[in-house]
Design a protein around this ligand. Structure first.
Ligand code: GLC
Ligand code: MN
Length: 303
């Protein structure tokens, strides 16, 4: 199963196809995958986000997930990156890019040009349920329970919490839904010029849906929230208890200037899992120091 390369829609082999299984589907003791599921991410800007995919994969693994992982790549992703991800347990599938219908000026960041390709995950109809993740997030706890959520389920966004953040979504692939999306794409205004603005119009009733569709904020916590902790012990402790996923939406740790992003050490820890040859004690201390500096510098400015 691991390492298969093919077009979106190619079938994913089940761990033990058709085996009846009374245990919860994601119990590591259970050898089967009765509901066909996968974590899915995308790599569609060349290999710029490759470190992100590697860290994400390791973080899922660290927390005991055995659910298959699929990365959707576009043609511009080099063979070396595909091979590396395959070796790390990702199933690589090539997809056609989906054009962003918004003018460049309407896109919040230049990197949003390729984000509509994420919608290809709805085409993965060999899977019953998918947890679709951005490549710029890591997990801090096991999140396999998400596969029990209905589609669509997502956590609130940070500046408009009555809209969802599209960096982590539970979806049920469906050709019918995908086709409705395609026909709505060009006439739907997206408030951020990306998939998130589009999807919040497409699923405009998300906030009013049954509560099971609304994930606790800890499933998609922005890393910059760390800047508001100011070294405060109980606040930090509460946040870390709630946080299951950290999302590095603005500053990507592998690109960020030192001390300019929060939650840096946690990301590097996951990344070093994929690259033990790059890890050493000094680097770990350095990244812990980055977080400390970030926290205290912001606290000093705000006090
Ligand atoms: C936000 C979301 C991300 C999405 C982007 C473009 O950054 O977190 O998932 O791709 O907006 O809409
Ligand atoms: Mn993101």
């Amino acid at each position: 199963m691991v390492g298969e390369t093919g077009a979106a829609g190619a079938s994913v082999e089940r761990a033990a196809s058709g085996t009846p299984c009374g245990a919860p589907p994601y119990d590591p003791q259970c050898q089967c995958n009765p509901m066909n599921t996968a974590y899915v991410t995308t790599l569609c800007n060349g290999e710029g986000y490759l470190p992100g995919v590697e860290a994400l994969g390791k973080s899922l693994e660290f927390h005991g997930s055995q659910v298959p992982r699929v990365v959707l790549v576009t043609e511009d992703v080099p063979g070396t990156a595909r091979t590396r991800l395959t070796q790390q347990g990702w199933q690589v599938r090539e997809v056609e890019p989906l054009e962003n219908p918004n003018p460049d000026a309407g896109q919040l960041f230049e990197r949003f040009r390729n984000v509509y390709t994420k919608l290809r995950a709805w085409e993965l109809v060999d899977l019953d349920k998918v947890v679709l993740l951005d490549a710029d997030l890591i997990t801090l706890q096991n999140i396999d329970d998400l596969f029990e959520r209905p589609s669509i389920a997502a956590a609130p966004d940070f500046f408009l919490p009555d809209r969802f953040n599209s960096g982590l979504m539970v979806i049920a692939p469906s050709t019918e839904t995908f086709e409705r999306m395609l026909s709505a794409l060009w006439e739907t205004e997206s408030y951020d010029g990306g998939d998130q603005g589009f999807l919040n119009v497409f699923y405009s009733d998300w906030y009013a849906m049954d509560v099971t569709h609304r994930l606790p904020a800890g499933y998609n916590l922005q890393n910059f929230i760390f800047q508001f902790l100011h070294g405060h012990p109980s606040l930090r402790e509460a946040l870390l208890r709630e946080a299951k996923v950290i999302h590095y939406s603005v500053q990507k740790p592998w690109l960020a200037k030192p001390a300019l992003t929060g939650g840096s050490a946690a990301w590097w820890n996951a990344y070093f899992g994929a690259h033990p040859e790059k890890a050493n004690e000094w680097k770990r201390r350095w990244h812990a120091m980055e977080d400390w500096t970030f926290d205290h510098a912001v606290a000093a400015i705000l006090k």
